[in-house]
Design a protein around this ligand. Structure first.
Ligand code: ADP
Ligand code: MG
Length: 247
């Protein structure tokens, strides 16, 4: 089944065209990677999929599990099974990480018609996931992302993903800022998710991709996909950079 079908979208912000006829299709069970130079429009794509109001889709269509994605509110997209791990996760001082994560989990359960978890059940679930991701329990009570290092924020995004169990996860530079052990942990987690979730990874680095073995690799330049292939493409970029004629 086709999970995500992006059909030739163009996107503008502040009068500037950023995505320019971008197309991509992701089937269930696939793991796609997008690579591209700074400013190619990778994060813009992630934001458009999540429903960020700053970006106007001026043409093209996007279907998520057969539904018109652009007609859905960001919260509806999330409940329908779309997850975005931000390149730059936002701090929310005054809202504890645990409060935020509990709200997210209970809302999803409500949407699925499942009874809410008791406080104890939620705490047990949270602790189990945090231990697995090697996140110290002190992070439960801290303000969401407040004072977290870059790598800690990225791990916390994966914790959200683990609690939400999405159908399609978009991870925007999740590996940037992670130490080698954290990259390995993220790769192990992604590999574990592969059977139940499709993924779109945006990354600059071969290390994570070698560990998770994407089914498809795409190169994005100036707002569109210019090459698609396998992990070999990643090796070519390491060698020659983003020169189109070398890819
Ligand atoms: P990437 O993630 O591939 O590095 P982005 O999608 O973040 O690139 O940005 C693509 C281009 O669009 C950049 O030139 C960036 O400055 C511009 N851009 C993105 N978002 C905005 C915005 N909200 N306002 C103005 N320019 C933006
Ligand atoms: Mg980006």
């Amino acid at each position: 089944m086709t999970l995500l079908d992006i059909q030739h979208i163009s996107v503008q912000t502040m009068g500037k065209t950023i995505l320019d006829g971008f197309s991509l299709k992701i089937e269930e069970g696939e793991l796609h990677a997008i690579m591209g130079p700074n400013g190619a429009g990778k994060s813009t794509l992630a934001h458009v999929l999540a429903g960020h109001p700053d970006y106007e889709v001026t043409s093209g269509r996007i279907f998520f599990r057969g539904k018109d994605l652009l007609a859905l509110e960001p919260s509806e997209r999330s409940l329908a099974g779309l997850f975005l791990s931000f390149q730059y996760p936002v701090d929310i001082p005054g809202v504890s990480n645990e409060e935020f994560l509990e709200k997210v989990v209970q809302e999803k359960r409500k949407f699925l018609g499942k009874p809410p978890l008791s406080k104890e059940e939620f705490t047990t679930l949270l602790q189990e996931k945090m231990e697995k991701m090697q996140i110290a329990s002190s992070f439960r009570k801290r303000g969401l992302n407040e004072g977290f290092s870059g790598g800690e924020k990225k791990k916390n995004e994966l914790l959200q993903m683990a609690l939400l169990c999405p159908e399609l996860a978009i991870l925007d530079e999740t590996d940037s800022g992670l130490d080698v052990d954290a990259i390995r942990m993220s790769a192990d987690y992604i590999n574990e998710c592969k059977s139940s979730c499709s993924l779109l990874l945006i990354t600059h680095y071969a290390r994570l991709l070698t560990l998770v073995q994407p089914t498809h690799v795409h190169i994005m330049l100036e707002g569109k996909v210019v090459r698609s292939g396998s992990l070999d493409l990643c090796a070519k970029i390491e060698e020659s950079g983003y020169k189109l004629e070398a890819l």
